[in-house]
Design a protein around this ligand. Structure first.
Ligand SMILES: Nc1ncnc2c1ncn2[C@@H]1O[C@H](COP(=O)(O)OP(=O)(O)OP(=O)(O)O)[C@@H](O)[C@H]1O
Length: 396
C-alpha cells in the first residue's frame, strides 16, 4: 500500500516535472531544444481484386511527400515526411521510411517506437511482418516486412561494433479485449498480465516473458512464436484480420567494453524498440454481428482513446493539460512514445479504394495531427525518472 502511494506520488511529480520542462522548452521555442516531432509516413496499399470487381475506383494520388484524396465534395491534400505509393517494394519502404534512424537511436540507448495505424485491411501487418498467410513466417526475402529487416539491421550494426557489448532480449504481448496476453507464454492467457507504473520504467507489463536473443534467428523465432498465438479473425474486408494490438519489444542493453581513456565512466544504456501493429479500426455495424461485435467495439474503444490522446497532444492549448493515457492499456503503454521521452515513427496505412473514403480521410487526419506531437527524447539509464524528480525538488 505504502509502495503504491509512493509510486503514484512519484508518477505525479514526474508528470509535473515533464510539464514544467515542456513549458520551459516552449518558452524558448521554437528553438525546440531536445524536442523532436513524431515522424509520420503514409503507405498506400494496392487496390484489391474484389474492390476492382465491385466497381470501386482509386481515389488517392501519392507523390513524394504529398497525398491527395478525392472525396465526394472536393480533393483533400496532406503532406507528410514521406508518402509511399502502392507499387513500393518492402526493401524500398524499409530504406526510406525512417526506421534505420530509429534503430540507430535504439542501439544508442533511446526508447523508440514504430507503430502501424489504419483501418482494417489497409496493410499494417503486411508492412510490419509481410503477408503472413499461415502460422509460420517462411517468407521470401523480398516479402519480409519492416520487423525482419530491422532484426538484420540491428545485428549488422552489433557485429560491426566489437568495442560495445550488447545484450538483446525480446518480449511479445497482445492487448485483446483490454486484456494483456503474453504471446510467448500463452499458458498464462487465462490470467491476463497487469500494466503497472514505476519511477524507473514508466508504464510496463508485469511478468511478461522476456527471452534473451543472441542472433537474428533467435529474434525471428520470437516473432514466429508470437504470430502463431495472435488473435486473428475475419471481417468483411480482411479474412485474416488482426483482432488485437500486438507489441513486440526489443530491449537493447549496451556497455562500452574497451576505452582508451580509463577515466571515462563505463555507462550501461538501456535502449528499447517497440514494434506496434494496431488492430484496424472499422465500421462495427457493417462488418460484424453477434459476439464479434463486442470484440470490434473494444478495438474501436482503445483506438478512440489513442485518438483522444493524439488530439490533446497535438493541440498547443491542450497538450499541457490532462492527457487521457490512463483510459486504456494501449495508451498507457504508448505514453512514452506519444509526448514522452521516446522517439516515434508512425506508419499510417491507407486503402486507395473509393469504398473507404471516409475511413481514409479519418486516418489521414489522425496522421496529420500526430505529426504535430512533440517528444523529448532522452537516453534511458536506470533511475532516470527518479533523477528528474530530484531535479524538480532542487529547481522548484
Ligand atoms: N503494399 C502492399 N502490397 C501488396 N499487398 C498488400 C499491401 N498492403 C496490404 N496488402 C494486402 O492487403 C491485405 C490486407 O492487408 P493487412 O492484413 O496487412 O491489413 P491490416 O491493416 O493489417 O488489417 P487488419 O487491421 O484487419 O489486421 C492482405 O491480403 C495484404 O497481403
Amino acid at each position: 500500500m505504502v509502495k503504491l502511494t509512493e509510486n503514484v506520488l512519484l508518477y505525479e511529480l514526474a508528470q509535473l516535472q515533464i510539464l514544467f520542462q515542456n513549458r520551459n522548452e516552449d518558452a524558448n521555442d521554437d528553438v525546440e531544444g531536445n524536442a523532436s516531432h513524431i515522424e509520420v509516413v503514409v503507405r498506400v496499399r494496392p487496390m484489391m481484386k474484389s474492390e476492382i470487381e465491385n466497381g470501386a475506383k482509386e481515389v488517392t494520388q501519392a507523390t513524394n511527400d504529398t497525398i491527395v484524396l478525392e472525396t465526394n465534395k472536393d480533393n483533400k491534400q496532406f503532406t507528410f515526411s514521406k508518402v509511399f505509393r502502392a507499387d513500393v517494394l518492402q526493401e524500398e519502404f524499409f530504406q526510406q521510411c525512417g526506421i534505420c534512424q530509429l534503430l540507430n537511436k535504439a542501439l544508442d540507448g533511446y526508447s523508440c517506437t514504430a507503430f502501424a495505424f489504419g483501418q482494417t485491411g489497409s496493410g499494417k501487418t503486411f508492412t510490419m511482418t509481410g503477408p503472413v498467410t499461415g502460422n509460420d513466417l517462411l517468407l521470401e526475402v523480398e516479402s519480409q516486412g519492416l520487423i525482419q529487416r530491422a532484426f538484420q539491421y540491428i545485428y549488422g550494426k552489433i557485429d560491426k561494433n566489437p568495442s560495445i557489448q550488447y545484450q538483446v532480449r525480446a518480449s511479445y504481448v497482445e492487448i485483446y479485449n483490454e486484456q494483456v496476453q503474453d504471446l510467448l507464454n500463452p499458458s498464462t492467457t487465462v490470467e491476463s498480465l497487469q500494466v503497472r507504473w514505476s519511477a524507473d520504467s514508466g508504464f510496463y507489463i508485469e511478468n511478461a516473458f522476456v527471452l534473451e536473443c543472441e542472433s537474428v534467428d533467435d529474434l525471428i523465432a520470437v516473432l514466429e512464436e508470437g504470430i502463431r498465438h495472435r488473435q486473428i479473425g475475419s471481417n468483411a474486408i480482411n479474412d485474416r484480420s488482426s483482432r488485437s494490438h500486438a507489441i513486440l519489444t526489443i530491449y537493447i542493453d549496451s556497455e562500452v567494453v574497451s576505452s582508451e581513456d580509463l577515466d571515462e565512466p563505463c555507462l550501461t544504456k538501456h535502449g528499447k524498440l517497440f514494434f506496434v501493429d494496431l488492430a484496424g479500426s472499422e465500421k462495427v455495424a457493417e462488418n460484424h454481428k453477434g459476439e464479434n461485435l463486442a470484440e470490434a467495439g473494444n478495438i474501436n474503444k482503445s483506438l478512440l482513446t489513442l485518438g483522444n490522446c493524439i488530439s490533446a497532444l497535438s493541440d498547443v492549448n491542450k497538450r499541457h493539460g490532462h492527457i487521457p493515457y490512463r483510459e486504456s492499456k494501449l495508451t498507457k503503454l504508448l505514453s512514452d512514445s506519444l509526448g514522452g521521452n521516446g522517439i516515434t515513427l508512425m506508419i499510417a496505412c491507407i486503402a486507395p479504394s473509393s469504398q473507404y473514403v471516409s475511413e481514409t480521410l479519418n486516418s489521414l487526419r489522425y496522421a496529420n495531427r500526430t505529426k504535430k506531437i512533440k517528444n523529448f527524447p532522452k537516453v534511458h539509464m536506470i533511475g532516470f525518472v527518479l533523477e528528474i524528480y530530484l531535479a524538480y525538488e532542487e529547481d522548484y
